[in-house]
Design a protein around this ligand. Structure first.
Ligand code: FES
Length: 373
C-alpha cells in the first residue's frame, strides 16, 4: 500500500461537557466523562505530534471547549507548535477577559453556533438560556477583529427561518455563515424522526439560499451544507477515510471522523498508548476504509468513487448495519429506498419557525446531558 499523504487538520474534542442540550448534537450517545479528559500536557503533546505529522489547523471543539479552564494554555500549546487554532463554541462563557487571553495565546478564528434568529426559539432548541450570551460573544469576537463564522444547524424546526438566520449573521457582523443541514450521527441519529425536514422545506430553503448568494457577494461568505438524505447524493465524507484529518476525543481516543466511535471493529487507538504518527500510518482504525480496496459494487466500478469515496462509512453502518456498503443516501445504492422512506415519512412541521423539535416520534426529543460526570 502506498504511504498515506499527511493529514492537514485535527478536530480536538476538548470536552463532551456542554451547557446546551441540542437534539441535533452529533456527539456520541455515550459521552466521555469530564474526569477522563486529557490533561493540558497531554493536549500539548498531541499538538506537537500533530504538527510534526503535517497538521496545520485545529478546530478546538467539544461539547463546549470553554468549559476547559486551561483553554488558554491549550491554545498557546497548539499555536506554539505552529498549528492554526479555531475555537468552535456556543459562546456561553466567553467573556471579554477570556477572549483577550485566548487571542494573546494565539487564537486565530472563532466559529459561533446559533440555533435560530428568534431568542425564544433558539433557547428552546438549545435547551438552555443562551441567546444573550451568544449575542455578547458575537459582539466581542467582532470587536476583537477575529475572523468570525456563524454556524446554524438546520432541521425541521428552523429551516423555515433561514432568511432570519442570514440576517442575524449580517447583523452580528459575521464574515461567514454556515447553514449546515443536520447530519444524523450520535444524538441527532437518535432524534432523527423529529429533526428530519420534508422535501418542501428543503426545496424552499435551497431557493432562498440561491436568492441570497448574489446579495451577499463581497459581504459575507455563505456555506450550505447539503441535506444528503433528501439530495440523493453521497457526500465525500471527511474528504475520504483517513485522508485529510484526525479527530481526538476528550479521553485521547483517535478516530478518522467524529462519528466513528459508533463503528464496530476499529480497535480505536489512543494517544496515551500510541504516537499520532503510528495512528495515522499504521492503525487498523485509519486503514480499514482508506482508499478503494474495501469498496463493493456499485462503488467499486462507479465513476463517482474518486469524488465521493463511497460516501460516509458511519452513515452506511447506521442505516444498514454494514459499514462496507455504499452510503444509502446515494441514489445508486441498493439500499437507497431506506432513505427515501425516511424522508417521505417525515411529517410537515407542526409550527414554524418558533418551536423546538416537535415530539412526533414517540421518543423524547432531547440532547445530551449538560456535563457528563
Ligand atoms: Fe464517519 Fe462519515 S461521519 S465516515
Amino acid at each position: 500500500m502506498t504511504r498515506p499523504a499527511p493529514p492537514w487538520a485535527l478536530l480536538a474534542e476538548l470536552s463532551h461537557g456542554c451547557p446546551l442540550r441540542c437534539a441535533y448534537c452529533s456527539n456520541p450517545v455515550e459521552l466521555i466523562s469530564r474526569s477522563a479528559e486529557l490533561t493540558t500536557a497531554q493536549w500539548a503533546d498531541v499538538f506537537r505530534q500533530a504538527a510534526a505529522l503535517g497538521v496545520v489547523q485545529t478546530h478546538l471543539s467539544g461539547g463546549e471547549p470553554l468549559l476547559r479552564r486551561d483553554l488558554t494554555e491549550i491554545v498557546a500549546a497548539a499555536d506554539g507548535a505552529g498549528v492554526h487554532t479555531q475555537l468552535v463554541t456556543s459562546g456561553v462563557g466567553l467573556s471579554e477577559p477570556r477572549l483577550t487571553a485566548l487571542i494573546a495565546a494565539g487564537l486565530r478564528s472563532v466559529q459561533l453556533s446559533v440555533q435560530h434568529a428568534d431568542p425564544g426559539a433558539s433557547e428552546r432548541i438549545a435547551g438552555a438560556r443562551s441567546f444573550a450570551a451568544k449575542e455578547r460573544a458575537a459582539r466581542l469576537i467582532r470587536e476583537a477583529g477575529l475572523p468570525f463564522g456563524l454556524n446554524a444547524v438546520l432541521h425541521r424546526a428552523n429551516l423555515d427561518a433561514l432568511d432570519a438566520v442570514i440576517e442575524l449573521a449580517l447583523d452580528w457582523g459575521a464574515h461567514r455563515v454556515e447553514l449546515a443541514n443536520t447530519q444524523f450521527y450520535g444524538w441527532a441519529l437518535r432524534n432523527r424522526d423529529a429533526l428530519l425536514p420534508d422535501r418542501r422545506q428543503i426545496a424552499e430553503a435551497r431557493a432562498r439560499v440561491e436568492r441570497w448568494r448574489p446579495l451577499l457577494a463581497g459581504r459575507m461568505e455563505l456555506v450550505w451544507v447539503a441535506p444528503d438524505y433528501v439530495d440523493g447524493t453521497a457526500k465525500p465524507c471527511m474528504g475520504g477515510w483517513g485522508a485529510l484529518s484526525l479527530t481526538v476525543a476528550p479521553d485521547g481516543t483517535v478516530h478518522p471522523c467524529p462519528a466513528a466511535a459508533a463503528l464496530p471493529g476499529l480497535d480505536a487507538p489512543n494517544v496515551k498508548d500510541r504516537s499520532l504518527d503510528w495512528i495515522w500510518h499504521e492503525s487498523k482504525a485509519f486503514n480499514l476504509y482508506r482508499g478503494e480496496s474495501w469498496m463493493r459494487e456499485p462503488c467499486r466500478s462507479c465513476e463517482l468513487r474518486t469524488k465521493d469515496f463511497g460516501g460516509c462509512r458511519c452513515q452506511a453502518y447506521a442505516l444498514t448495519g454494514d459499514a462496507t456498503r455504499t452510503d444509502p443516501v446515494c441514489s445508486r445504492s441498493p439500499d437507497h429506498a431506506l432513505v427515501r422512506a425516511l424522508v417521505d415519512r417525515a411529517p410537515a412541521p407542526v409550527t414554524a419557525p418558533a418551536s423546538g423539535p416537535p415530539h412526533t416520534s414517540g421518543a423524547p426529543v432531547s440532547g445530551p446531558p449538560h456535563t457528563p460526570g
